[in-house]
Design a protein around this ligand. Structure first.
Ligand code: ADP
Ligand code: MG
Length: 716
């Protein structure tokens, strides 16, 4: 068999995509379905049976035995429950393969077993999954066989969203409506819809599976909880964009092929800054599809790793001392007829529509910086944000030289009369081609950077769904558009009014613009002077979800109601406590059962050999052995004490968990408990790690109970 890959043939072969629908659906049904998918029209339930039938036949033709409603509960990962297509056997004992419209449209997983933050208790278990026809169904092929996966939304019996998709779809409706109003104001009568486009870049680490299995911290927590830095880190910058090693290359090839078959446009791949770190980016897609595809990318990265004796780590900070992983959420607004509202053109100072859009986005980001920050919070990201590698925890906007200059002209003189031009690239080598440079350089330290015709929100965690950041972006920009449109639609002189609004918005919100080094201590101080919020940890960021400002915003655009926001905040507090609890218990286990016994073995051997040497030669200089013995024993004692402390504070924090019937009390408890973990348990974990990492540098490598950082990140 040839190794050559025909990508065009392979692409989308496992997807119930437009070509398949056109071929397999009656014309009238196809047309109706397309109206929902493309124009956002209400789905006509009468077509469900026909679509289900076609979908089932197609799936069975490709070997499917089961189907599943594939959904995204608040766990951050996807969930599925499989049902086979078989019917009740007939009188002859034969089965048919069945799949009805009802089964396509509605599923009923038990809602009480997923996080709901008090919205669902065990005695009110009903929850429904509902077919999202705007994201195509696909076939998953694995050891189970072939499964038809149907993307769905997940809501409670009473209609509250229990997932990451429902509010995303709601936020798409909100921005669609408001963005169209802006387009209409500028004379556009042809666009029918505006949809956010998103391209999430995914970073990840690969480690050897054998070594992974020897580390309980990687298994239980997804990150190392102990580990001294090897002699070499990432300081040589030789991994970033470096040549891809054979084993990794084979892995990437299979990942790409799997993704292409699923219709995911895997496009860019390269080594990242840290050793063993890599990145994959698809071509951007409409936001709900991009969110689904990102989940499929994460699943595929993990699954395929196993085929190559590797394990993929999606954690934000698997290794202390080298870069962590994030996800860059590239976001823009595209109309159905191809207009990108974030395209400045060559002369942005004359592009009034663009300037209005930009001014609205600046306002949205400034007013709701707390919500954006919150949307990028997860437990792993606490180890990254603000730690001089990823973006800081403070939200600011990088515009680049050209746009910043236009804004400045407008703010200083009330008029923008020119746009700086990009220059020709001059390498001073004749044989290299000339080309026009971008009008602006990049700023990798900025959390929210304008990059040509899109904003890149660089704060999102690598393991997190990109749904929340986009729900927030869509909704806050919808609000800014609405406020501008409300005013402009009433204006007598549109030209004057729009000019005034743009100037006013820039003047009022320019404090959010920052193009300097976002990692520096000076920026933290400067941001404070500017009054920009700086939430250093997830537990500090969560309250942003339930402020009166947030409730008003999300209720106005029907994205969340108050109960849904409170439930999400509670789920996040609980998630934080659970994750830290697992990390602390894993450390206690590793320290008590692995590290301390290994160190004792080492000191015992050392003492024995010291005695033996002394006996053989009373004059021998054993100062090295005795110094080592003293040093190791002192660290061991420090470690034992730190272990005891960690055990105590973890028990205390865990004991705060009781059955709370009262909603308000349950919420307060979840919040207090998360703070307890953050304030007491996390520092105790650090205190335990410190002597352990020092011991790793002293103790005989043969005796150390698990692979070191060097083994893990340099020997993949
Ligand atoms: P970068 O220079 O930031 O690496 P790339 O062109 O590689 O930019 O794009 C990074 C991601 O942004 C990709 O997923 C890409 O498809 C996506 N992207 C490009 N243009 C847009 C756009 N207009 N809207 C949203 N995402 C976009
Ligand atoms: Mg990028």
């Amino acid at each position: 068999m040839s190794d050559l890959v025909n990508v065009a043939e392979m692409f989308g072969q496992n997807v119930f995509n437009d070509a398949v629908m056109r071929e397999r659906l009656p014309k009238s049904v196809y047309k109706k379905l397309k109206q929902t998918i493309e124009d956002g029209k209400e789905l006509d339930p009468s077509i469900a049976d026909v679509v289900a039938h076609a979908m089932k036949d197609w799936a069975i033709d490709h070997g499917a035995t089961h189907y599943t409603h594939w959904f995204q509960p608040l766990t951050g990962v996807t969930a599925e429950k499989h049902d086979s297509f078989i019917s009740v056997p007939n009188a002859e004992g034969k089965v048919r393969m069945d799949f009805s419209g009802k089964e396509l449209i509605k599923g009923e997983p038990d809602a009480s077993s997923f996080p709901s933050g008090g919205l669902r208790s065990t005695f009110e278990a009903r929850g429904y999954t509902t077919w999202d026809c705007t994201s195509p169904a696909f076939l998953r092929k694995d050891a189970i066989g072939v499964t038809l996966c149907i993307p769905t939304a997940f809501c409670s019996y009473t209609g509250e969203s229990l997932d990451k998709k429902t509010p995303l779809l709601r936020s798409m409706q909100a921005i669609d409506k408001q963005a169209l109003r802006i387009l209409r104001l500028f004379g556009n009568t042809t666009s029918k819809r505006v949809i956010p486009s998103v391209g999430p870049e995914q970073e990840y680490f690969l480690v050897d599976k054998e070594k992974y299995l020897q580390r309980k911290d990687l298994i239980y927590a997804g990150r190392t909880l102990f580990g001294a830095m090897p002699p070499k880190g990432q300081e040589m910058d030789d991994h970033y964009f470096g040549a891809i090693r054979e084993r990794i290359a084979a892995y990437m090839k299979e990942v790409n092929e799997e993704l292409w078959k699923l219709g995911v446009t895997a496009k860019t791949q390269h080594n990242e800054a840290a050793p063993a770190q890599h990145e994959l980016a698809p071509i951007y897609a409409q936001v709900n599809v991009a969110v689904d595809h990102n989940q499929m990318i994460m699943e595929t990265l993990k699954k395929v790793a196993g085929h190559h004796g590797l394990t993929c780590l999606l954690h934000e900070k698997p290794f202390k001392g080298v870069n962590g992983s994030g996800k860059h959420n590239n976001w823009s607004l595209t109309s159905d007829d191809g207009i990108n509202m974030l395209n400045p053109g060559d002369t942005p100072h004359e592009n009034i529509q663009f300037l209005l859009v930009l001014a609205c986005i600046l306002k949205a980001v400034d007013v709701h910086a707390d919500l954006l920050r919150e949307s990028a919070s997860d437990v792993g990201n606490d180890l990254r944000l603000g730690a001089a590698e990823a973006p800081p925890a403070i939200i600011s906007v990088f515009l680049g030289e050209q746009l910043e200059d236009v804004v400045k002209q407008l703010c200083d003189t009330g008029e923008a009369t020119y746009s700086k031009k990009g220059e020709k690239m001059d390498t001073r080598v004749r044989v290299l081609p000339d080309f026009d440079k971008d009008v602006a350089d990049r700023n990798r330290t900025s959390p929210f950077a304008f990059t040509g015709n899109k904003f890149e929100f660089r704060m999102v965690g690598s393991s997190d769904s990109v749904s929340s950041p986009n729900i927030v972006l869509n909704t806050i920009v919808a609000e800014a558009f609405k406020e501008a449109a409300d005013e402009l639609e009433k204006a007598e002189d549109f030209g004057m009014a729009v000019h005034d609004i743009i100037k006013k918005l820039f003047a009022e919100h320019k404090r959010i613009i920052f193009s300097g080094n976002g990692y520096s201590e000076e920026w933290v101080e400067e941001a404070e002077r500017r009054g920009l919020p700086n939430y250093r940890s997830m537990v500090d960021a969560i309250p942003a979800l339930t402020t009166e400002k947030a409730v008003k915003l999300f209720e106005k655009f029907k994205v969340f109601d108050r109960a849904e926001l409170e439930s999400r905040a509670e789920v996040e507090y609980e998630g934080y406590s659970k994750a830290i609890n697992i990390e602390a218990r894993t450390m206690i286990d590793m320290a008590g059962k692995q590290i301390i016994p290994a160190v004792i073995r080492y000191t015992t051997e050392l003492a024995g050999s010291l005695g033996a040497v002394k006996q053989a030669c009373p004059m021998a200089d054993v100062s090295v052995q005795s110094e080592l013995l003293c040093e190791t024993s002192a660290l061991l004692a420090q470690m034992k004490q730190a272990l005891k402390k960690l055990q105590e504070v973890t028990e205390e924090a865990a004991a705060m968990k009781q059955e709370e019937r009262d909603k308000e009390a349950a919420y307060r408890l979840a919040q207090a408990q998360a703070h307890r973990y953050h304030d007491e348990v996390v520092p105790a974990m650090e205190a335990l790690r410190e002597p352990a990492d020092k011991l790793e540098m002293l103790v005989d490598k043969e005796l150390w109970p698990f692979p070191s950082y060097g083994d893990l990140i340099f020997e993949v």
